[in-house]
Design a protein. Structure first.
Length: 288
């Protein structure tokens, strides 16, 4: 048995790319949230994807930076916890209307394994080969709750044909999820991506995404010590307008506002009427 486990561990690829490493950090935060007695969700696969040694390393690093007060860890993971819960709830709510979900920049998303999807639902996960190969190796023995298709592709290059090759039905309503993706793309690539999504979507399709403000992007991208923010390439103060230009009618909220708080944010969020502030947005849109 020990030899089998050693052999399996040896074939699991390492994550070396900085942007791909952000998926490890997000999964670690979901794993920590899952340990809480008041957790917003349960992700039993997050810690497995991160790996024991990496989980310990991240915990130690964060405790060194923040101290061991549990409140500090709550603040560090609150955005990821709220974002995950918000999009979990959204996906469950629209399932009666759609039969396929496309998760772009899927990273270590485990919704195909942990959410109560009907078995006939098709989920297509697309991300870089470095991410997908490791994810597949770790979860290879775990059955998904629905039809799951893993596609290794660079979203900055043509990828639509790969989606169709896996059985995607372009004449049926789709849910597109872009969680923790758009801020890592250049503006030109974002417009190309949104155009592709729009071309692949019929009326009644949905889109969900999180974005950051221009100020968040400007400040974050200058922080070369931040693994996450130093890789940001795009921010917008008008997510509704951006999505509307591709035919999507969007409703936007900030984490911490009434619709996206879940008891985790105690500080009042600055109204959007006050310009040039650091913000995060979560958008839910429908193609009319």
């Amino acid at each position: 048995m020990k030899n089998e486990l050693t052999a399996k561990a040896a074939k699991i690829p390492e994550i070396k790319n900085d942007v791909c490493r952000t998926a490890v950090v997000m999964a670690a935060k979901r794993a920590i949230e899952s340990e809480r007695t008041d957790r917003l969700f349960k992700d039993p696969f997050a810690a497995k994807l991160v790996g024991y040694e990496e989980m310990q390393s991240l915990r130690n690093e964060w405790e060194k930076q923040d101290g061991k007060d549990p409140k500090s860890m709550t603040l560090r993971i609150q955005f990821v916890a709220v974002r995950t819960k918000f999009f979990d709830d959204f996906l469950i709510s629209v399932i009666p209307e759609v039969s396929q979900i496309v998760i772009l920049g899927a990273g270590y998303d485990t919704r195909a394994y942990r959410l109560p999807f009907p078995p006939e639902i098709c989920i297509y996960e697309i991300d870089l080969p470095e991410i997908m190969s490791r994810k597949e190796a770790i979860l290879e023995d775990i059955p998904s709750k629905c039809h799951r298709h893993a596609i290794a592709a660079d979203l900055q290059k043509p990828w639509g044909h790969l989606l169709k090759n896996q059985g995607y039905k372009s004449k049926e309503p789709t849910v597109w999820l872009m969680e923790g993706l758009l801020m890592y793309l250049d503006e030109k690539d974002i417009h190309t991506l949104l155009q592709t999504i729009s071309d692949f979507s019929v009326k009644g399709s949905y889109l969900a995404a999180d974005l950051i403000s221009v100020k968040s992007w400007e400040i974050g991208s200058q922080n070369q010590n931040g693994l996450i923010s130093k890789n940001w390439r795009f921010g917008t103060d008008k997510p509704e307008k951006l999505l509307a230009s591709y035919g999507w009618n969007a409703s936007v909220t900030q984490p911490g506002e009434i619709r996206a708080n879940y008891g985790r944010y105690s500080v009042q969020i600055t109204p959007r009427s006050i310009p040039r502030r650091r913000r995060s947005f979560m958008a839910i849109a429908k193609k009319e």
